[in-house]
Design a protein around this ligand. Sequence first.
Ligand code: DAH
Length: 347
Amino acid sequence: MSKSRISMKSIDNISAEIENFKVSVAEDLERFRLQFLSKKSELQTLLGEIKNVPAEERKDFGQRVNQLKRRAQAFFEEQRERLESVAPTSNSQTDVTRPASMVELGSRHPISLMMDNVCSIFEKIGFSTVSGPDIEDDWHIFTALNFPEEHPARDMQDTFFIDQKPDVALRTHTSTLQVRTMERHQPPIRVICPGRVFRNEAITSRAHCIFHQMEGLYIDKNVSFADMKQTLMYFAKEMFGEQTRIRLRPSYFPFTEPSAEMDVSCNLCGGKGCALCKHTGWVEILGCGMVDPNVLENCGIDSSVYSGFAFGLGIERMTMLKYRTNDIRLYFENDLRFVKQFTPVSH
Ligand code: DAH
């Protein structure tokens, strides 16, 4: 048997040994290193033998020994990384007195914070919070709210309809919840209804196709416009501070008569005029009005006995105003660097 034959056999043996070597702890790894990679290892001896192999076999032999060496090195590295990545189990070096690493706390999304904030301001004066479906029918979005069929007022809101079912759409406003509440309850009614709404609008820094609204509804005997004004003034001062002023501008909504839009004095410049308020000193935050008697009747409430007011406010607009951010898209991108900066607002 020639010398190279013996060596070839050793290659196979060593190869099988590497294959079957079990590494469970650091000591095993060191044994492996001594056996296969150290200067005195069998593998090293084989490498030294290459020069003694007959010339015609040398190339093949050399290639196989080197291949084996690379395998042994790769195996060693693999096992080392594996051992490093597994946590020590009953390792005597574990320091049980070391302080635990902190659990990273999550934070609430600014829109959720603002919705909770608005709800709690109204809850203090006896409103309860209710919610309802995002996907609605024509009755709750339009018809019950006094939008006559084919009336141009329906174009005020770019609705996402469901193709196969023309009667079904994504709600364009939370006023749907006025209808749902009145259909189910007789006055007195005092509710605040937060929710997500959808409109087919181009996405810009000031508008989005998804946003949030908060609907308010107060129905009882002898409810007047003055009650509405006082309620909304209370809200504005709670939200933006005691120095806040409000102003009501006449407006039009099919479901209220009379209707108004409410501005608050700009809390950035204090009313002097800045980019946020477009140099007017005022920022619009909601639409409101006395509930149209047709709406009360559509929902089964006797309009000769009861009256009331309703309002709808845009949550993103309020959040931008409160936290002084200038791009609505930030609220939907979920960039943690942005959404983690918010803490509950005090009022
Ligand atoms: N639904 C209206 C909108 O989306 C907002 C609104 C205006 C709601 C006046 C009301 C209201 O309840 O009385 O633009």
